[in-house]
Write a protein that binds this ligand. Structure first.
Ligand SMILES: Cc1ncc(COP(=O)(O)O)c(C=O)c1O
Length: 415
């Protein structure tokens, strides 16, 4: 235990940080790798930086959508300078609900609050649907910040094996772990990321969503289950309709919440706009959900970027602007699609082992020695993100012309 000292010549260090915060790693591993890759590239080395989840054009510049940039520029300075409502701009929230739910009947059962990105939405889900010390349940491959978000809220994270022997979603493992968790803690928060799961690139099939729904329904009598659908990459893959059909069929036995993000949807990662949408058929329960989530906004970031939210609201709610943005995004999906096709062709031929990959920002190549493989690749100027059992490759930031070198280096680093 570190103590204060009164002796001026031997200053002891006071334990200002509480013990649970005293050994936090300050560096986000992905951002740290990205910065190393950029430093080496700036020094003249030929580097492939497949670390960060932002879409880059084939000439290495950040891809943006012209109509989004133009709407942002049109935002009135007084709107941008003022405080936004705590729960978010009402037009924006209606726009998000319509974007997610379309003309589904269950759109009437939706309430939403604005959050800084999808990250903020996940934060609210963790803090409102689990007690402190309880654990959320997610797939064994997951986006690292899920754990950081859980830690930060004094919650835990447990996983179920993501893939079975056939390479599909391991729904049997999901069922086992969900049952176990409900018996242990009396409630569950299930966090599922599809389409274009980060890090694996996997999109659950319609049958897998049906099976997930069946399992959730089967367990609903063991305690309150909230399923949080992280749809950050929804515009880059399919199966959203199948997911919503299955998940809304669970209402009200299972609570369904959806983490929406403008970061990838509008290629505006820095704008920090997102929303958490909750669906419940009972009006008084909806009021309670809305109040709890609004309270969480006030108790964390207070309110989100007013100017950004106003611009996104206009885009979502004005059909002509929305269509222009959709058309621009389609070109980006096509750019990414070409990289995915090239990767599938070359990686398949080299026998790399990776989940079904039909689109999206990332894929993962399975390997037992992910950390060693990533180090060997780094020595060759190829930056990927290692995690237990796999290396994540962000094809969103790799030019199509670099994919042959990337695949060759990965194949030789795997040995
Ligand atoms: C799986 C997943 N969920 C959510 C997010 C949220 O991102 P943001 O907070 O930028 O909206 C990301 C961003 O990389 C992600 O990969």
């Amino acid at each position: 235990m570190l103590r204060a000292s009164n002796h001026a010549s031997s200053p002891a260090i006071m334990a200002f940080l509480i013990p649970s915060r005293a050994a936090r790693p300050g560096d986000d591993p992905i951002f740290a790798l990205n910065s190393e890759a950029r430093t080496r590239a700036a020094a003249g080395e030929s580097v492939i930086n497949a670390t960060v989840g932002s879409l880059l054009s084939d000439d290495g510049r950040l891809a943006t959508l012209a109509s989004v940039i133009s709407e942002l520029a049109k935002t009135s300075p007084t709107v941008a300078a003022g405080y936004a409502p705590i729960a978010g701009n009402a037009e924006f929230l209606r726009g998000v609900i319509a974007d997610l739910m379309g003309d589904r009947k269950s759109a009437e059962w939706a309430v939403a609050v604005a959050t800084p990105g999808g990250t903020g939405a996940l934060r609210h889900a963790i803090a409102n649907f689990l007690e402190p010390k309880q654990a959320l349940l997610t797939t064994s491959f997951y986006w690292g910040p899920y754990k950081t978000l859980a830690d930060e809220s004094d919650r835990g994270l447990v996983t179920f094996r993501m893939f079975d022997e056939r390479g599909g979603l391991d729904t049997a493992a999901f069922s086992t772990e969900l049952g176990k968790l409900l018996r242990e803690q009396g409630r569950a928060l299930v966090l599922l990321n599809s389409p274009c799961h980060n890090p694996t690139g996997y999109s659950f099939s319609a049958e897998e969503w049906r099976e997930v729904a069946r399992i959730l329904r089967e367990h609903a009598n063991l305690g309150p289950i909230t399923v949080c659908l992280d749809v950050a990459y929804a515009k880059f893959g399919g199966q959203l309709a199948a997911m919503l059909d299955e998940m809304t069929s669970l209402l009200p036995d299972v609570l369904v919440v959806i983490a929406w993000s403008a970061s990838k949807t509008f290629l505006q990662y820095g704008l920090r706009i997102g929303a958490l949408c909750a669906l419940h058929p009972d009006a008084s329960e909806r009021k309670r959900l809305e109040a709890a989530l609004t309270y969480s906004c006030r108790g964390t970031w207070s309110n989100v970027n007013a100017g950004g939210m106003a611009a996104i609201a206009r885009i979502l709610q004005t059909p002509t602007i929305r269509e222009a943005v959709d058309a621009e995004r389609d070109q980006c999906v096509e750019l990414l699609g070409k990289r995915v096709a090239r990767f599938n062709e070359l990686a398949g031929a080299k026998g790399l082992h990776y989940p079904r990959y039909d689109g999206g920002f990332f894929t993962t190549v399975m390997t037992k020695n992910a950390f060693d493989v990533a180090l060997r690749l780094k020595a060759k100027g190829v930056f990927v993100v290692p995690q237990e059992g796999a290396i994540r490759i962000a094809l969103c930031s790799v030019a199509e012309a670099d994919i042959p070198r990337l695949v060759d280096e990965v194949a030789s680093a795997l040995g």
